[in-house]
Design a protein around this ligand. Structure first.
Ligand code: CUA
Length: 411
């Protein structure tokens, strides 16, 4: 056991904890005071509507069945032997022998058969879970970043002549193979939405393709499964599975989408200007520098794509959800969005988004000071964001069942 303590790393870790803890407590207090909107959704690999989970399930059934047979066989042999060869004081000492070829061969052959059976079972499942990807498979590119996800749709993008992507909400078709090409923009993350399958590492500079499918339409919970920094636990996403025609409607609408232009002089129009240009006088940075909105000059790639923000129902990579009928118009959803724009690093530790209340935040360990927007200006930006909606027929939340939620809610 090494008892040498290096003082400095421990101390700096403590200092980091001291710095992060008040932020975490503030976030927790805010959550408790205003009523958390997070809908609890169970995560399960026992969801047999996914081909991936079915394969794992049947592999387990075979492996467990074999284990039970072995258990019964060994138990029987044990009890039989103990009973039959019980010591009796009238017995003469048993005959001694050295070596028994038949027994030795059996004790080698039987385990070999067991191991071969289990290997074949495993290798067969591995091959089925990692098939060659067909050309007609739907493709979705998954990019993990600290601490959010971006999902892009190559088919839609090809039709749109550019990029079609969505932050933190992945739309996929049901009853069809979907090829996810997963990568990371910084550290190692884990793509993990157990209802549609197991987990896959998102590795920086490596693209891995993985095929999944699900039969049942609905919204499923996804989490980052690899400790990746201060907001690892705040790196959630939704997988929204739509039946094929609805998925096609989404892809078509997403390719044709151009952000609506706000009416001149409206709050949304003021928000648009702040979004695109920031406010130089107070040092408030333009949102467009980091975020993209399809059909506008905003083309930033450092933050999540906000093209369909008004259609989305999650904020801050699933920290909050706007699942009521009023959606972003609900009073507390408005409060959340306001708080998020105002000082996202305060509500989400490690968020790289600047603050807009003049408070300090950190980017790569360097302290930065945010510019300032007034509360009214923040509300203007929020009003603009709420207008960024897909046409109603392409609203993938509409009528979508939230799977695994205790209330079994629909949108
Ligand atoms: Cu990303 Cu944990």
């Amino acid at each position: 056991m090494n008892t040498n303590h290096h003082q400095t790393p421990g101390q700096s870790r403590f200092r980091r904890v001291r710095r992060v803890l008040p932020l975490a407590l503030t976030g927790l207090a805010a959550t408790l005071l205003t009523g958390c909107q997070q809908v609890r959704q169970s995560l399960t690999i026992g969801d047999l509507s996914s081909g991936y989970n079915r394969e794992i399930f049947w592999m387990s059934v075979w492996a467990i069945a074999l284990s039970i047979i072995i258990f019964i066989g060994v138990s029987y042999a044990l009890f039989y032997t103990v009973n039959k060869f019980r010591e009796d004081k009238h017995d003469a000492p048993p005959a001694q022998f050295h070596g028994n070829n038949r027994l030795e061969v059996i004790l080698v052959v039987v385990p070999v058969i067991i191991v071969v059976f289990l290997s074949v079972l495993t290798v067969r499942s591995m091959a089925r879970l990692n098939p060659n990807i067909n050309a007609d498979t739907q493709n979705i590119n998954v990019l993990a970043r600290q601490f959010w996800w971006n999902f892009s749709y190559p088919e839609a993008a090809a039709a749109a002549g550019g990029v079609v992507s969505n932050g933190n909400e992945m739309i996929m078709p049901t009853r069809q193979k979907v090829a996810l090409t997963i990568t990371s923009g910084d550290v190692i993350h884990g793509f993990w939405a157990p209802n549609i399958g197991g987990q896959r590492a998102a590795l920086p500079a490596v693209k891995k393709t993985w095929q999944v499918d699900i039969d049942r339409a609905g919204a499923y919970q996804g989490n980052c499964s690899q400790l990746c920094g201060a907001s690892h636990a705040n790196m959630r996403y939704k997988v929204v599975a739509l039946d094929q025609d609805r998925y096609n409607t989404f892809v078509t609408a997403a390719s044709a989408y151009r952000a609506p232009e706000p009416a001149p002089g409206s709050a949304e129009a003021r928000g648009y200007t702040l979004f695109m240009q920031g406010k130089t006088e107070t040092g408030a940075l333009a949102c467009a520098a980091c975020h993209r909105v399809q059909g506008t000059p905003a083309a930033g790639a450092a933050g999540p794509d906000l093209s369909f923000f008004g259609t989305r129902r999650t904020l801050g990579a699933g920290m909050w959800e706007a699942m009521t009928a009023e959606h972003w118009e609900a009073a507390d959803a408005k409060v959340r969005l306001h708080e998020w724009i105002k000082h996202s690093p305060l509500v989400k530790p490690g968020s790289l988004m600047p603050t807009y209340d003049g408070s300090e935040y950190r980017v790569n360990g360097k302290v930065q000071k945010g510019g300032v927007l007034t509360d009214a200006e923040i509300d203007d930006v929020a009003a603009y964001l709420r207008t960024l909606q897909l046409p109603e027929e392409a609203d993938y939340w509409k009528g979508t069942q939230i799977q695994g939620a205790p209330q079994g809610g629909t949108q």
